[in-house]
Design a protein around this ligand. Structure first.
Ligand code: COA
Length: 503
């Protein structure tokens, strides 16, 4: 089956197994791998490389690689390489427990980058040379062009700039994915850059295949292996309440004439809460929606299936097993409605701003002034990374950040006096939503924002404590943004010492 998918004679001559391909990767190499939110990553070569690294370490020889991808991958890539201590540098996003542990232990140098920035920073040369690209594809055409898999991510750039290329040809994903991709080859680096003429969220401006110089391809490895298949928690009462507040707000904006009835293109972030918000739109009053997001998860697929959403643009499809079955069984239907692009286009700040995207991203905590922490637990432990949240939040027409108002059984308030790490500043945040309510911060000063966030978003158990902090901060000679600096992070400190933020 794999042979039929590898139609370029030169590349067919380089078919080998994963161990042989992994043996071509030198210690210290920088690798650009495919993979975005658990889909489209190479499945076999990373595991073979991990086995080789383990053997080298057992023999007392150091062996690590630098690992760049599109975004998060799966246990057989991030997990396998992290577990054997094989990763020196990792960028731009991960969500793997083993990888996270090594990052937080200081063993992996993790560089957390806006997803739209990665390809251009690599192309500018800011990150150093890329030695080997390891890219999953669905097939190789007779002329050497590549059929992309369920995630495009940074594959175009890795194939363009890598010195050598290893391809994994996966025969398991539905062959009907062919034709769903739109790979744009009109990018350039300054000062030769041109505008990207994408005027409508799901318009096609590129070509369905990836290009590669066949002379750079050193190995082709056949595989037959499924993507990660993220299972989503069924939307709970908090997620449903958050979705309800957002839908009421959007409805209000339509009535005010600030949004068309079919909305502007929607972006939804990763995680259970973000997925639940999309599920909430199923019962909302809006029709004929468009998606302009980085990842297409179950919630958006359901909107497409039911006809609530007309079409969607993303860089990756990341579905639960059940949703994958629906997608595969009706691939013709979805191919007409989904466009998969490079992440530098799906997350492009200029496009997000011009198309007027409505950005909805989950967060870890917000402070009373609207600064957002998306990445760090208690200021220091990396969770996943900033991902594309900054690409969309800063540039969106509307920008929502959502979270349940408490975490860890109520021991943590997700609304705090001062965030313990800043990913999105108050200047990039327009609307904060918890299950308690929604704070519309547009046009408000810091003091106005603080009162609204406390009143609308804080949990009733924590509201008096936040009000007390804000009141005392205002009294103590405070200026534009009232704070008591010695106390501002004491809630986090108390949690670390006692297991609760409560005094
Ligand atoms: N302090 C400490 N821990 C907190 C917390 C807080 N304020 N808020 C949540 N947590 C913990 C939860 O308890 C949970 O821990 P557990 O896994 O041990 O149970 C964990 O963080 C995840 O929380 P959950 O409510 O299940 O979140 P989620 O699945 O909706 O994900 C983010 C939330 C913020 C972690 C996730 O959306 C993310 O990584 N965002 C950054 C990247 C991004 O926005 N990408 C989208 C761009 S398109």
């Amino acid at each position: 089956m794999a042979a039929a998918r590898i139609q370029h004679p030169g590349m067919a001559a380089r078919v080998m197994d994963a161990a042989q391909a992994a043996a071509l990767i030198p210690a210290g190499a920088t690798l650009g791998m495919s993979g975005f939110t658990g889909s489209g990553h190479p499945k076999r070569v990373p595991q073979a490389l991990a086995a080789r690294i383990e053997a080298e370490h057992a023999a007392g020889r150091p062996f690590k690689v630098n690992l760049w991808t599109g975004a998060s991958t799966a246990p057989e890539l991030d997990g396998a390489l992290a577990k054997v201590g094989g990763i020196a540098q990792r960028l731009p996003f991960q969500s793997d427990p083993a990888c996270r542990e090594r990052i937080n232990a200081g063993e992996i140098d993790y560089v957390d980058v806006h997803l739209s920035h990665v390809a251009q920073q690599a192309w500018f040369g800011f990150l150093g040379p890329l030695n080997v690209a390891v890219i999953e594809v669905l097939g190789i055409l007779p002329d050497g062009r590549l059929i992309p898999s369920a995630a495009v991510g940074n594959n175009k750039t890795w194939l363009d700039i890598a010195e050598h290329v290893i391809l994994e040809v996966n025969t398991l994903p539905p062959a009907g994915l062919e034709g769903m991709h739109d790979i744009y080859y009109g990018t350039a680096i300054p000062p030769r850059r041109k505008p990207i003429h994408l005027e409508q969220a799901t318009e096609r401006i590129g070509e369905p295949y990836l290009r590669v110089d066949p002379a750079k391809v050193i190995a082709v490895v056949p595989t037959h292996h499924a993507d990660r298949h993220t299972a989503f928690a069924k939307p709970d009462a908090d997620s449903r309440a958050i979705a309800g507040h957002i839908i009421d707000f959007l409805d209000h904006e339509v009535k005010k004439g600030r949004l068309p009835r079919n909305m502007l293109p929607l972006q939804s972030g990763v995680g259970n809460v973000a997925n639940a918000v999309l599920a909430g739109l199923l019962d909302g009053p809006f029709e004929d929606l468009l998606g302009f997001s980085e990842v297409l998860q179950d919630g958006m697929l359901e909107l497409l299936r039911t006809g609530k959403m007309r079409a969607a643009s993303a860089t990756a499809i990341s579905l639960s097993q059940e949703a994958m079955r629906e997608f595969t069984d009706h691939i013709g239907f979805y191919r007409e409605r989904i466009v998969l692009r490079s992440q530098q286009i799906s997350n492009h700040p200029e496009l997000v701003r011009r198309l007027g995207v409505i950005a909805m991203n989950a967060m870890i905590e917000a402070d009373i002034y609207g600064n957002i922490n998306s990445t760090h637990l208690m200021g220091s432990a990396m969770m996943n990374g900033i991902g594309g949240s900054g690409d969309f939040a800063r540039n969106g027409y509307l920008s929502f950040f959502v979270t349940p108002s408490t975490a860890k059984g109520g021991a943590i308030s997700c609304i705090v006096p001062m965030v313990s790490h800043v990913d999105h500043t108050e200047h990039d945040t327009q609307i904060i939503v918890t299950e308690q309510g929604l704070a519309d911060l547009r046009g408000l000063s810091p003091r106005q924002r603080a009162q609204l966030i406390i009143d609308r978003c804080a949990h009733p158990d924590w509201r008096p404590l936040l009000q007390d902090y804000f009141d005392r901060a205002r009294q103590s000679g405070a200026q534009h943004t009232p704070h008591r600096l010695a106390e501002a992070l004491s809630w986090h400190q108390r949690y670390l010492e006692t297991g609760s933020m409560r005094p």
